[in-house]
Design a protein around this ligand. Structure first.
Ligand code: HAM
Length: 445
C-alpha cells in the first residue's frame, strides 16, 4: 500500500493580541506628562472650591438618551451599548456630565449650599472614526457648577479652564456662542430649515440626515461645500431672546475684565442636546502640532462646554441651573508636550545598586529603600544577574555611581562606590552610604 504523504504544514503561531482600533496605551515615557496635567488640574480646581467626584464608567443607556439626545451622533451612532446579564441596556459613558447630574440628584446635592462645584477625571467612550486626536476611548477632565444661573458662573468655568491652559503653557482661544433659550432656538431652527430646504440637493449626505433629525448641527458641518452654503444662513445669535442676549453680553464682559481671549463664533452649536445659552470650545494653537489645531482639523478642540439649565430637571431632579466644561486630555497632553512649560525628560537615576552573592542580594530591598527614602534616584536589578551584566545595565541607565555590595563588604560592614565614568572604586562605611553618595554627587566628579 502506498504511504500517505505526511503533511508538512506547520502549525501557525496564534496571532499576538492587538489593541482595538481607536484605543491607545499610555506608556511610562508619556505618563509624566499626564501626571503633570492631572496634578495641575487637581490643585487649581481645589483652590477654586471644586470637589472631586469619582463616577462609574458604566451607566444605564437611558441616562445618555435622555440627556445628550437620541438624535445626536453620540447617542445614535457612537455609544458602546450592550445588554448586561440581567437584560438591562447599559452603556460605557460617552461623556461625564450626564453622570454628574445623575449623582447630583441621587445624592440630594440640592440640599447642600449652592453652588455645588464638582470635577471628575476619567475615560469616555465613543465609537468614532479614529484619526489624529480622535480616539474611541479618550480621557476627560470634566468640571461642573450646579445651582448658579448668573453669567459670572459661565465666566468662572471658562476662566478656570483658561487658567489651566495658561499654567500648562498652552496658547488657546475660546470660541464662544450663545444658543439662547429653548423657545428661541426652536424658532431659529424653523428659520434654518426654511433657509436650507430649497438647497437640500446641495447638502452632503450627513447634512441631509441632519436636516431631518438635528438641524442645528448643520451649522458645524466640516464639508467645505456645506460651510459655504451656511455662510449666509440666518444666525442663532441674531435671533436670541432678550434674556439670553443680556446673559451673553454679561458673560463676555466678565471675560473681557479677566483678559480671557475669546472669539465670537456663531457656528458653535455643540454635539450634545442639553445646552442652552452659553456654548464654547477651546482651541489650542501649537505650531505644526499635526492634528490639534491644523486648519483642516480646527474642530479638534481641546475642550468644550456650556450652560445646561434644563438637564437636572430632565432627569427628574429639581430645576437647577448649571454650567460646565470638559477637556479632552489626550489633546491637552499632546499640546502640553509641545508647549514651553512642558517638562523635560524625567530626571535620570543617579545611583545603581549592584550586588554580588546570595547574602548580599537579600539586603538589596532594605538598602534600596534607605537610598530611595533619602531622596536619591536609585535603580537596581534585584535578580540574580552577574556583576558584569549589572554594571552594563547601570551604564545604559546613565547613572553617575554604582554602589556594589558583595559578600566581603557585607561581612565588613562596607560598600563599594564605583564612579561609572572612570571606573575608580572606593570602599566606604555601609552605615554612611547615603552621606557618601550625596557628598560625591554634590561636588560632581
Ligand atoms: P465634548 O465637546 O463632546 O463635550 O467633549 C469634551 C472634549 O473631549 C472635546 O473638546 C475633546 O477635546 C474631547 N473629545 C471628545 N471626543 C473625543 C475623541 N473621540 N477623542 C479624543 N478626544 C475627544 C462633552 O463631553 C461635555 N460633557 C462637556 C461639558 C461638561 N459640558 C458641560 N459640562
Amino acid at each position: 500500500m502506498a504511504e500517505q504523504p505526511v503533511s508538512k504544514k506547520k502549525k501557525r503561531a496564534p496571532k499576538a493580541p492587538e489593541l482595538l482600533r481607536g484605543f491607545k496605551d499610555i506608556l511610562p515615557e508619556e505618563a509624566p506628562y499626564w501626571q503633570r496635567v492631572r496634578a495641575a488640574a487637581g490643585v487649581l480646581l481645589a483652590d477654586y472650591g471644586y470637589g472631586e467626584i469619582q463616577l462609574p464608567i458604566l451607566e444605564a443607556t437611558s441616562l445618555f438618551k435622555r440627556t445628550i439626545g437620541e438624535h445626536t451622533d453620540i447617542v445614535s451612532k457612537e455609544m458602546f451599548s450592550f445588554l448586561d446579564q440581567g437584560g438591562d441596556s447599559v452603556s460605557l459613558r460617552p461623556e461625564l456630565t450626564a453622570s454628574m447630574a445623575r449623582a447630583y440628584i441621587e445624592h440630594g446635592m440640592f440640599n447642600r449650599p449652592q453652588p455645588v462645584k464638582l470635577y471628575s477625571l476619567g475615560p469616555a467612550f465613543r465609537y468614532e472614526r479614529p484619526q489624529a486626536g480622535r480616539y474611541r476611548q479618550h480621557n476627560q477632565l470634566s468640571m461642573e457648577l450646579f445651582g448658579n444661573a448668573e453669567p459670572s458662573a459661565d465666566a468662572e468655568v471658562i476662566f478656570i479652564a483658561y487658567l489651566l491652559c495658561k499654567e500648562l503653557g498652552l496658547d488657546v482661544t475660546i470660541h464662544i456662542n450663545s444658543l439662547g433659550s429653548n423657545e428661541a432656538r426652536e424658532e431659529y431652527v424653523r428659520l434654518l430649515k426654511e433657509y436650507t430646504k430649497p438647497k437640500r440637493s446641495l447638502l452632503c449626505e450627513d447634512c441631509k440626515k441632519r436636516l431631518a433629525k438635528n438641524p442645528l448641527r448643520l451649522l458645524d458641518c466640516k464639508e467645505e461645500s456645506c460651510r459655504s452654503l451656511f455662510a449666509s444662513a440666518p444666525l442663532l445669535v441674531d435671533n436670541l431672546d432678550e434674556e439670553s442676549k443680556k446673559h451673553f453680553v454679561a458673560v463676555l464682559e466678565h471675560l473681557d475684565e479677566s483678559s480671557v481671549p475669546y472669539e465670537l463664533d456663531p457656528y458653535i452649536v455643540r454635539g450634545l442636546d442639553y445646552y442652552n445659552r452659553t456654548a464654547f470650545e477651546i482651541v489650542a494653537s501649537v505650531a505644526g502640532d499635526g492634528g490639534v489645531s491644523d486648519e483642516a482639523s480646527a474642530h479638534l478642540a481641546i475642550g468644550g462646554g456650556g450652560r445646561y439649565d434644563g438637564l437636572v430637571e430632565t432627569l427628574g431632579g429639581r430645576s437647577t441651573s448649571a454650567v460646565g466644561m470638559a477637556f479632552g486630555l489626550e489633546r491637552v497632553v499632546s499640546a502640553f508636550k509641545k508647549s514651553k512649560a512642558s517638562i523635560g525628560s524625567e530626571k535620570k537615576p543617579q545611583v545603581f545598586l549592584a550586588q554580588l552573592g546570595e547574602e548580599a542580594a537579600k539586603h538589596m530591598f532594605t538598602l534600596f529603600e534607605t537610598l530611595r527614602s533619602s531622596g536619591l534616584k536609585v535603580r537596581a536589578n534585584f535578580g540574580k544577574s552577574g556583576l558584569k551584566a549589572q554594571l552594563e545595565l547601570a551604564d545604559k541607565l546613565g547613572v553617575v555611581y554604582a554602589a556594589i555590595l558583595g559578600q566581603k563588604e557585607l561581612l565588613d560592614g562596607t560598600v563599594i562606590i564605583r564612579d561609572m565614568e572612570n571606573g575608580i572604586q572606593e570602599v566606604v562605611d555601609l552605615a554612611k552610604i547615603v552621606d557618601e553618595l550625596k557628598k560625591r554627587l554634590k561636588r560632581g566628579r
